[in-house]
Design a protein around this ligand. Structure first.
Ligand SMILES: *[C@@H]1O[C@H](CO)[C@@H](O)[C@H](O)[C@H]1NC(C)=O
Ligand SMILES: *[C@@H]1O[C@H](CO)[C@@H](O)[C@H](O)[C@H]1NC(C)=O
Ligand SMILES: *[C@@H]1O[C@H](CO)[C@@H](O)[C@H](O)[C@H]1NC(C)=O
Ligand SMILES: *[C@@H]1O[C@H](CO)[C@@H](O)[C@H](O)[C@H]1NC(C)=O
Ligand SMILES: *[C@@H]1O[C@H](CO)[C@@H](O)[C@H](O)[C@H]1NC(C)=O
Ligand SMILES: [Zn+2]
Length: 944
C-alpha cells in the first residue's frame, strides 16, 4: 500500500505526523511516558501460542495443507448505470455477489480437517476430492468460526493422506463491503470533480484485499506465505469491462442480453492479499514505451481529456528503470492501473492491476500544481517497486511488512530520480521520510521495525503495522545499510536476493545473509545481522555526541522525554568530514562509551558527522564545534552539504526539545538562511519554527519573530520577484519549489511587497473573472493572502468562486483561503456554513474547522464552535479536530476548559485525543514558561 495507507492506522498516523511535524519543534506527548523505562520494549500485546500439530489451530493456519492453484468464479450483480426512464428490473440496484472456488492443494501431513479463511460469506456445497484418484471424500461438518480467526473448518469422513493431492470446491454468496474486500464505488458521469454537470449515477466494483480481506471475497488460505496461482472468471454486465491480475483470455463469453464472462489466464504464484479485479466502464490509455502492455484506466471523460497522460508516460519509464536495476523483468506481459473514485489508500500494488485514488493519479495540465506531479511520480514508483518487493518476493508474515514498504519507499527515491531528476527526490527524502521517522521514533512508546510473529496475529494487529515506522524508518535503515556496505555491493546483494527468492517468502534474516555474502566478497569483517538487528529489533535511535576537543564520541538513546532512562545502544556507522576532508567510515559500537582521538578538530576547523544524512541518528557537538559550524553556515554555507544544512537545523531544534542544548543554539542556527537559496534548509527551519508560531502568535514575541523572518526571507523573495510579478514561475523544478516557499514565508510574515503582489493579482482576478491568469503553483498562497488582507468583498468573491468551481484542486485552494480572513464575523459565517452539507461537504467539515483554528483570529471561535456543535462536527475525525483546535493551547485557563470538555462531552473514540491534548497543553505551558523570555530576548536582539 502507499504511504497514506489503510485508514485505520497508517493514514491516521501519517496525518498526525504531517500536522505534528509541521508543528515540529518542541511538541511532545512524551509527558505521558514519564515513568522510568528500564527496558524499552513496547507494551506487550496479547500473544497466541503457535500452532502445534494435533491441536486445533489458534490464530494461524496449520501448514499441513498447501494450496497450489485456485479456480475462482465471481459474479457481482450490480448495475453500473441507473437509467432515468425506469425499467423496473434495472431500477433495483443490488449489492450482492455470488461465486464458487475450487482450490487444489497438496497434503504435507495427513489430517481429517481442512482449515482455511472465510469472512462474512455464506459458504455452501463443499466437495472434496482426491485429484490423484478422483475419489470423493465426504464432508461431515463445516463451520465458519465466528471469532477473530475467520477459520472455515471442514471436517472429513476420513483423513487426507500425506503426500496426496486434493481439491476443495465451495460455493458462496456475499455482500459488497465498504472499501475493502469487494466493494462498490459510486460516482457521477463526467471528469472527476467536474461531475456536477450531470446527474447520471454510475457504479463500479473494485477490490482491496491487503491485508486480510481476500477471505471476504472467496474462501481461501489467506496468509502471505500460501502463494498460489489464481485463475479467475468474472461475470459482469455487458457494457462493463472486467480487469484482473492476469491477462484476459481472448474474447469474453456472452452469456445473455445482460451478462458476459471474462476469463483470465492463471497468475504467477502470488499471495492472496494481492488478488484484485475491477468491473467498470472506464477506458484505457496505453503507455507506448515498454514491451509490457501497460494501460492506465480512468473515467472515459478523464481519459479523453488527457488526465492520465502523465501517469501513462512515466509508468513505462519507471518499469524500465526497475527492470534494469534488478536485472529481473516484470513478470507478466500486462500491467493495468486504474484511477478509482474510492480507495482506502492512495495506491495498492495488486499484482498486475494497481489501483489508485483518482485524485492521486490524474494530472490536469494548467490546473494541477507541480507538487501534485511529484506526488504522482512518487506514488507510481512506490507501487511499481512493490511488483518486485512484496509481489515477487514477499515477507513470510506481517511482522516483516517493512521488507515490502521500506523497500518500496527506498526504491521510489531512485526510480523518481531516474525519470524526473529535477525533482531531486533523493535529497528531499530527508524532509519527506527521515524527519517523520525521527519524530515518531523518539517516543518511549515507539515499536521495533521488525517485531516477532507472535506479536502480530489479529487483523487489527496487522493493520497497526502499516505505520510511520514501517514506511519511513524502513526506508531510512536501508539508506544507511546501502551506504555502509557501499551502493554497488548493496545492489549486487539485492539482485541475488530477488533472483533466488522470487515467488517465495522471506524474512529479514534472509536479507541480511545476502548482504553479508556480498559484503564479505568486497571487504568483510562486519557482522551485518548484528549491526542491522540493532536498528530493526530495537525501538528508537541514538544521538551521537562528539567532543572535537578531546576527539571523543558517545551514543545515547534519543528520547524527547528527558527523564526516561534507557540503556539501548546501536552499531553506529559514522561518516564525518573535517572542513574539506572526508573521514573513513568510523564505527561506534554498543558498550563503547567513548572513543579516543578520532574526532579531534585541528586548527579551529569544524567537524560534521552524518554527512548527507545517511545515518539514522542525530548528532550533538561540544559548544565550540557548534559555533564553528554556525560561523561556517553564515560565511559560506555551501561548504556544508545541502542535506546537512537542513539536518543541522532539525537536529538543533530537536536536541533543544529534549533539553540537550539551549533553545538559543537552535535559533542561532537559523541565521544563515538569510543567504540560503535551497529548499531543504528553508523547509527544515520553517517547519521547526511552526511550534514557536503557535505558542507565541498571541503574545509580544510574535512581532519581533515576524520581523526576524521577514528580514530573513526578503532576499529570497526578491530574487523571484520578476517571475512572481508576472505570475510566472522559473523553469527548473527546485527553483519553483523554493519560489512557492519564499512567497509563503514572506506573505505570512507580512512582507509588504508580497502582500501587495497578492492583493494586486487577486484584484485582477476579481476584475476579469472569466480567465484565471495566476499560475497554479502560486494560487494557494495568493488566494489566502488576498483574503487575509482583504474584507468582505474578497471573501465573498472567493466563496462564490468556490461554489462555482468544478475542479478539485482549485476548489480546495479556495476553501482554504476562506479560513484566512482576519475578520471574525466572516470566520464565524464560514463556520456556520460547515453545518450545511450543501455548502461544505461532510468529508471537508473537519479540515475546514481545523483551518479556521489554525488562523490566530479564528482559534477561540473554532473552540467555541466545536463545543456548541459537537454532535455534528465531532462525528468525523473527531481526534483530528481536537488536535487541531487545541494546537495553540498554552495557558492554565485553556487547560481548565479542555479538562472540562474532556469530562462533560461524550467524545467516544476521540477521548484519547482529548487526553493527549491535555498532556500536550501541560507540556506547552511548561515550555512557554521556561523559554518565552529567552526567546523574546533573542528575537529582539536579532531585529534591533
Ligand atoms: C426492462 O429490462 C428487462 C431486462 O433487461 C428487459 O427484458 C425489458 O425488455 C425491459 N423493459 C423495458 C420496458 O425496457
Ligand atoms: C424491485 O424491488 C421492489 C421492492 O423491493 C420489489 O417489490 C420488486 O419486485 C423488485 N422488482 C424486480 C423486477 O425485482
Ligand atoms: C461456478 O460458477 C460459475 C458461474 O456462475 C458456473 O458457471 C459454474 O457452473 C459454477 N461451478 C459449479 C461447479 O457449480
Ligand atoms: C570536551 O573535552 C575537553 C577535553 O577533554 C573537556 O575539557 C570538555 O569539557 C569537553 N566538552 C564537553 C562539552 O564535554
Ligand atoms: C552528498 O550528496 C551530494 C548531492 O546529493 C553528492 O554530490 C555528494 O557526493 C554526497 N557526498 C557524499 C560524501 O556522499
Ligand atoms: Zn506500499
Amino acid at each position: 500500500m502507499s504511504k497514506s495507507s489503510s485508514v485505520t492506522k497508517a493514514f491516521a498516523a501519517a496525518f498526525v505526523v504531517l500536522t505534528v511535524s509541521a508543528i515540529a519543534g518542541i511538541v511532545t506527548m512524551v509527558i505521558l511516558y514519564n515513568t522510568q523505562i528500564a527496558t524499552m520494549n513496547p507494551t506487550p500485546r496479547p500473544t497466541f501460542p503457535s500452532t502445534t500439530t494435533g491441536l486445533p489451530p489458534v490464530m494461524r493456519l496449520p501448514k499441513n495443507l498447501v494450496p497450489e492453484r485456485y479456480k475462482v468464479f465471481l459474479w457481482p450483480r450490480f448495475y453500473s448505470q441507473i437509467i432515468e426512464e425506469v425499467n423496473v428490473t434495472s431500477a433495483n440496484q443490488t449489492w450482492h455477489f455470488s461465486g464458487n472456488t475450487t482450490v487444489y492443494f497438496h497434503c504435507v501431513q495427513g489430517t481429517s480437517s481442512i482449515y482455511l479463511h472465510s469472512q462474512n460469506l455464506d459458504v455452501y456445497g463443499p466437495v472434496v476430492a482426491s485429484t490423484d484418484t478422483d475419489e470423493g471424500i465426504r464432508v461431515t461438518r463445516m463451520e465458519n468460526h465466528q471469532d477473530q480467526t475467520n477459520f472455515l473448518e471442514i471436517e472429513l469422513d476420513y483423513a487426507l493422506k500425506t503426500g496426496g493431492n486434493y481439491s476443495l470446491f465451495l460455493a458462496f454468496r456475499g455482500e459488497l463491503g465498504y472499501l475493502d474486500g469487494m466493494y462498490s464505488s459510486l460516482y457521477k458521469e463526467g471528469i472527476p470533480a467536474h461531475e456536477d454537470d450531470t446527474d447520471t449515477d454510475r457504479v463500479l466494483i473494485a477490490t482491496q484485499m491487503e491485508p486480510t480481506s481476500a477471505r471476504k471475497v472467496f474462501p481461501c488460505f489467506d496468509e502471505p506465505d500460501f502463494k498460489a496461482e489464481f485463475e479467475v472468471t468474472i461475470i459482469h454486465r455487458r457494457i462493463t469491462t472486467a480487469l484482473a491480475n492476469g491477462i484476459n483470455t481472448d474474447g469474453a463469453n456472452i452469456i445473455d442480453d445482460d451478462w458476459k464472462a471474462t476469463a483470465f489466464q492463471p497468475t504467477p504464484l502470488m499471495s492472496t492479499y494481492l488478488f484484485a479485479f475491477t468491473v467498470s466502464e472506464f477506458t484505457p490509455t496505453r503507455s507506448s514505451n515498454h514491451r509490457v502492455e501497460i494501460n492506465t484506466y480512468a473515467r472515459p471523460e478523464a481519459t479523453a481529456a488527457g488526465h492520465t497522460k502523465y501517469a501513462a508516460d512515466i509508468t513505462g519509464r519507471i518499469l524500465n528503470y526497475f527492470e534494469g536495476r534488478f536485472e529481473i523483468n516484470y513478470p507478466q506481459r500486462k500491467l493495468d492501473q486504474i484511477a478509482l473514485p474510492d480507495l482506502i489508500s492512495a495506491g495498492m500494488e495488486n499484482l498486475g492491476l494497481i489501483t489508485y485514488r483518482e485524485g492521486a493519479l490524474l494530472y490536469e495540465e494548467g490546473v494541477s500544481s507541480l507538487l501534485d506531479k511529484e506526488d504522482i511520480a512518487e506514488l507510481i514508483a512506490h507501487e511499481l517497486a512493490h511488483q518486485w518487493f512484496g509481489n515477487l518476493v514477499t515477507m513470510k508474515w506481517w511482522n516483516d511488512i517493512w521488507l515490502n514498504e521500506g523497500f518500496a519507499s527506498y526504491m521510489t527515491l531512485y526510480a523518481v530520480d531516474a525519470v524526473e531528476p529535477d525533482f531531486k527526490l533523493k535529497d528531499v527524502n530527508i524532509l519527506n521520510n527521515l524527519h517523520y521517522a525521527f519524530e515518531a521514533d523518539a517516543l518511549a512508546s515507539s515499536r521495533p521495525l521488525s517485531t516477532s510473529q507472535g506479536d502480530v496475529q489479529t487483523t487489527s494487529q496487522i493493520l497497526e503495522m502499516f505505520d510511520i515506522i514501517t514506511y519511513y524508518k524502513g526506508a531510512a535503515v536501508l539508506v544507511m545499510l546501502a551506504d555502509l556496505v557501499d551502493q554497488p555491493v548493496f545492489d549486487k546483494a539485492i539482485r541475488r536476493y530477488l533472483s533466488d527468492w522470487q515467488y517465495k517468502n522471506t524474512d529479514q534474516n534472509i536479507l541480511w545473509e545476502y548482504i553479508q555474502k556480498a559484503d564479505d566478497e568486497s571487504s568483510g569483517e562486519r557482522n551485518i545481522a548484528e549491526v542491522m538487528n540493532s536498528w530493526t529489533k530495537q525501538i528508537g535511535y541514538p544521538v551521537i555526541t562528539i567532543n572535537t576537543t578531546s576527539g571523543e564520541a558517545f551514543q545515547k538513546h534519543f528520547l524527547f522525554n528527558d527523564s526516561a532512562v534507557s540503556s539501548l545502544s546501536w552499531h553506529v556507522p559514522i561518516r564525518a568530514m573535517r572542513y574539506t576532508t572526508l573521514f573513513r567510515l568510523i564505527w561506534l559500537k554498543p558498550g563503547e562509551s567513548a572513543m579516543k582521538g578520532e574526532f579531534v578538530a585541528t586548527k579551529g576547523e569544524w567537524i560534521l558527522a552524518n554527512v548527507n544524512c545517511t545515518g539514522y541518528y542525530r548528532v550533538n557537538y561540544n559548544p565550540e564545534n557548534w559555533d564553528r559550524l554556525i560561523t561556517q553556515l553564515q560565511k559560506d554555507p555551501r561548504r556544508i552539504p545541502l542535506m546537512n544544512r537542513g539536518q543541522l537545523v532539525d537536529d538543533a531544534f530537536n536536541l533543544a526539545r529534549a533539553k540537550l542544548v539551549n533553545v538559543t543554539l537552535a535559533l542561532n542556527l537559523t541565521r544563515f538562511i538569510r543567504n540560503e537559496t535551497e529548499l531543504i534548509p528553508w523547509a527544515a527551519t520553517i517547519s521547526n519554527l511552526g511550534y514557536f508560531v503557535r505558542m507565541f502568535d498571541r503574545s509580544e514575541v510574535y512581532g519581533p519573530m515576524q520581523m526576524y523572518l521577514r528580514n530573513q526571507v526578503k532576499g529570497l523573495y526578491n530574487s523571484f520577484s520578476n517571475y512572481t510579478a508576472n505570475s510566472t514561475v522559473p523553469t527548473d523544478h527546485s527553483s519553483q519549489q523554493i519560489q512557492i516557499k519564499a512567497i509563503d514565508v514572506a506573505c505570512s510574515n507580512e512582507l509588504p511587497e508580497c502582500i501587495e503582489m497578492a492583493q494586486h493579482m487577486y484584484a485582477d482576478l476579481m476584475k476579469i473573472n472569466s480567465t484565471n491568469n495566476i499560475n497554479p503553483n502560486l494560487r494557494s498562497v495568493i488566494y489566502c493572502q488576498a483574503v487575509a488582507h482583504g474584507g468582505k468583498e474578497e471573501w465573498e468573491f472567493a466563496w462564490d468562486l468556490y461554489l462555482r468551481s468544478s475542479d478539485v484542486s482549485e476548489k480546495d485552494r479556495l476553501r482554504r483561503a476562506l479560513s484566512c480572513t482576519k475578520k471574525i464575523w466572516l470566520l464565524s459565517r464560514y463556520l456556520d456554513y460547515t453545518l450545511d452539507p450543501e455548502l461544505i461537504r461532510m468529508m471537508e467539515v473537519t479540515s475546514s474547522i481545523s483551518d479556521v483554528s489554525r488562523n490566530v483570529a479564528g482559534q477561540a471561535l473554532a473552540w467555541n464552535f466545536i463545543r456548541a456543535h459537537w454532535n455534528y462536527v465531532g462525528y468525523w475525525n473527531a481526534a483530528r479536530l481536537i488536535e487541531a483546535v487545541t494546537g495553540r493551547f498554552s495557558t492554565q485557563f485553556e487547560l481548565k476548559e479542555l479538562e472540562r470538555f474532556a469530562k462533560d462531552y461524550d467524545l467516544g473514540p476521540a477521548s484519547s485525543a482529548a487526553y493527549q491534548a491535555i498532556e500536550q497543553t501541560a507540556v506547552n505551558i511548561q515550555w512557554v514558561s521556561e523559554n518565552k523570555d529567552v526567546i523574546l530576548e533573542w528575537f529582539e536582539r536579532e531585529t534591533a
